[in-house]
Design a protein around this ligand. Structure first.
Ligand SMILES: Cc1cc2nc3c(=O)[nH]c(=O)nc-3n(C[C@H](O)[C@H](O)[C@H](O)COP(=O)(O)O)c2cc1C
Length: 141
């Protein structure tokens, strides 16, 4: 029987270590994440047509925070009012209304002790679809 920590036991030991590390806190740019599990950025197409984040989006992000994910990355957010929006109902971070909408979301996440980063996604060079006078791309990432 190999001793604990010996070469023969390495696979099991590494496996156990990585599992326990995954759930341990970690520092990131001055922030403390409660674990190393992150939510990948996922488009929701749930903003208003003007790119204002909505209540269902707030519930969605707050739910991840309640579920104790260490880090939440938002869906891609457009930063340019005229040429940035890639698809209909993509949220922006340009107008006051959009900023206020995101503030409602970040407050809900923070109330649940979550950490959330905005993914800024500028898609104009890949725009393909024209709708309502604006150009949209079906996919940007
Ligand atoms: C519904 C959906 C929406 C997504 N939206 C974005 C997005 O807004 N920004 C982005 O960078 N990636 C987006 N992705 C890509 C994911 O973040 C992720 O990179 C991809 O699903 C591959 O995951 P994997 O590396 O675990 O296989 C999206 C994926 C899905 C399935």
């Amino acid at each position: 029987m190999p001793e604990k920590g010996s070469h023969e036991n390495e696979g099991m030991r590494v496996n156990e270590t990585s599992q326990s590390s995954l759930l341990e806190p970690i520092g990131l740019s001055g922030l403390k994440l409660r674990n190393r599990v992150a939510v990948a950025p996922m488009t929701r197409v749930s903003a208003t047509e003007n790119g204002i984040p909505t209540e269902p989006m707030a519930r969605y992000y707050a739910e991840y925070a309640r579920g104790e994910f260490g880090l939440i990355l938002t869906e891609g957010i457009y930063p340019d009012r005229d040429r940035g929006q890639a698809y209909l109902r993509q949220p922006g971070l340009v107008t006051i209304e959009q900023v206020q909408g995101w503030r409602r979301i970040t407050e809900r996440v923070h109330q649940n002790e979550g950490v959330i980063f905005a993914q800024i996604m500028q898609c104009a060079p890949r725009a393909r679809i024209t709708s309502g006078g604006r150009t949209h791309s079906s996919r940007c990432w």
